[in-house]
Design a binder for this molecule. Structure first.
Ligand code: HEM
Length: 511
């Protein structure tokens, strides 16, 4: 009787295991059945993501390897757990995905529902909601608006210069990664959230603590993020939140207080909060005129705070590029000297005054910044969600609705076919001649098409200002603490150099 019982259980488990095995095997036939070149999954459970899930490689290395494995094919498949994903490698096809056939790829894959207010931001919004919000927010990033914000940025850049005075005197090693992230918190708090956090002066300031809770997630948070990436719908159904509640509450109340204060006092600071107030006012007036009109947008404080949150996250995470630019300048004294000569020239011409126009005229400065974004893009891939069945031009392959498509930002940027000596930091990769000879979609510094980076002018202007102020005052060199070749953290989606960036600096008058 006992043996019969266990024999039954055993056969039952055997049948279930064999069925699961064959089910998974069948799932992994997806790309082969479509005759699409693909990378064979390494594990039945994790698909192509085994090494990444076990922390053996970084997100950037994973995508760089994938890009090479699928060479020379214009596109190819792989698997996130059992879900088929497509990597598009060919610049001409990338142009179709980002621009020409935008209607089929208008969304990113992340689902955002109302349950997590801060996730209802421009980055995650879909379809018409995204289109309306993008239209409304675009005026915040015109050259005229950025010109007005330069004064706010300048105050933070001056603090950055002051903080370096002491280590420049003593010759101490400077932890650039930390310094630049504090600078980022100050610029973004003052331009996007409407108050100056002063994190450069006081690293333990509340705003910074809250930021660190968001950008340095603990294990539980990482687990939630993976689950969210795997199955957004399941997370919505189970009410699993991606963001930790305390910083979310803190952020919403900051934006709420600022909006209320400004509305009451009529104070204007020429920042994003001013724009959100104008947007709210226009929507309220239009709703009063015609309550049933189409094209309404949600102007609740949560929804407005979500837009600030997107600017905050995008601005804060892109600061790492500024740190990498400084590291490469320290490593390449010729480039540093050439850039300083250009800066000196312009600053002298303008009698020491740094303006929006001066910064825009410095061509070598721009090349250095673009080269830093190319070399250390932060986000190694772009992604799009296929919103309708799509036939890949000049092939019989159909990308099914719902498929996630990745575009290899890092892979293209480091491909010899597009960049001579791609692993060398050389601002001439962005000379007029080099750019003219390269396919415009073979480097995706800011993405492209209707969903390209909205804050590009703001981000570049901020880096231009910081580098100009720093090089006017200091000369940078490598610290012995800095180890090459660089290694990258395996548990961060935004590329992070293990150990961070350490440099030394000295005041220019001391030379
Ligand atoms: C110079 C530094 C920056 C770089 C290299 C950068 C790069 C990017 C990239 C690659 C994308 C994805 C584009 C795509 O999918 O086609 C993006 C999107 C975006 N970026 Fe930036 N970014 C930077 C700074 C900023 C800043 C400072 C802000 C805001 C203040 C910002 C706001 C955004 C927003 C809102 C989106 C989503 C746009 C949409 O979906 O409509 N970015 N950025």
């Amino acid at each position: 009787m006992f043996d019969f019982y266990w024999a039954n259980i055993f056969s039952y488990l055997l049948v279930v295991s064999i069925s699961i095995f064959f089910y998974l095997k069948k799932r992994f036939q997806y790309w082969a059945n479509k005759n699409v070149p693909h990378v064979k999954p390494k594990s039945l459970l994790f698909g192509s993501y085994l090494d990444l899930m076990l922390g053996r490689i970084s997100f950037q290395e994973f995508h760089a390897t994938l890009y090479k494995q699928l060479s020379p094919h214009p596109f190819g498949g792989y698997y996130f757990f059992q879900t088929p994903l497509l990597l598009v490698r060919d610049p001409e096809l990338i142009k179709h995905v980002l621009s020409l056939d935008f209607d089929a790829f208008s969304d990113r894959h992340i689902d955002a529902d109302g349950s997590e207010p801060l996730r209802m931001n421009l980055f995650n919004l879909r379809g018409d909601q995204w289109k309306l919000m993008r239209e409304k927010l675009t005026p915040a990033f015109t050259p005229a608006k950025i010109r007005l914000m330069v004064d706010l940025m300048k105050e933070c850049a001056d603090d950055l210069v002051s903080v370096l005075e002491k280590p420049a005197e003593t010759g101490a090693d400077v932890f650039i990664t930390d310094l630049i992230s504090r600078y980022g918190a100050d610029v973004i708090s003052t331009c996007a959230v409407g108050f100056r956090s002063n994190t450069l002066v006081d690293p333990n300031e509340t705003f910074r603590k809250m930021i660190l809770e968001i950008v340095n997630p603990n294990f539980a948070h990482k687990f939630r993020s993976s689950l969210l990436a795997m199955s957004p719908k399941l997370c919505i159904w189970l009410k699993i939140r991606n963001l930790v509640p305390p910083p979310v509450k803190y952020f919403i109340s900051l934006v709420d207080e600022n909006i209320k204060y400004r509305e009451k006092s009529n104070v204007q600071r020429n920042d994003f909060i001013d724009l959100l107030i104008a947007l709210k006012r226009d929507e309220e007036a239009a709703n009063a005129k015609d309550p049933n009109r189409t094209g309404k947008i949600d102007i609740s404080v949560e929804h407005l705070a979500a837009q600030c949150f997107a600017f905050f996250l995008a601005g804060y995470s892109s600061q790492s590029i500024l740190g990498s630019a400084l590291m490469e300048l320290a490593r390449n004294p010729k480039v540093q000297n050439k850039l300083r000569a250009e800066i000196d020239d312009y600053v002298q011409k303008e009698n020491g005054n740094i303006t929006y126009d001066t910064l825009n005229e410095m061509k070598y400065l721009e090349k250095v910044i673009f080269e830093a974004i190319r070399s250390y893009p932060g986000q190694p891939v772009l992604l799009r969600h296929c919103t309708r069945h799509y036939k890949i031009p000049q092939t019989d392959v159909i990308i099914e609705k719902g498929t996630t498509v990745f575009l290899p930002r890092y892979g293209l940027n480091h491909d010899e076919a597009y960049f001579e000596r791609p692993d060398t930091f050389d601002p001439e990769h962005f000379s007029a001649e080099a750019k003219a000879n390269r396919h415009p979609y073979a480097y995706l510094l800011f993405g492209d098409g209707p969903r390209k980076c909205l804050g590009m002018r703001f981000g570049v202007m901020n880096m231009k200002l910081a580098l100009t102020k720093l090089l006017m005052n200091y000369e940078f060199s490598m610290s012995p603490k800095m180890k090459f070749p660089l290694t990258y953290s395996s548990n961060k989606i935004i590329t992070h150099i293990v150990g961070g960036i350490w440099l030394r600096c000295k005041k220019r008058s001391q030379q």
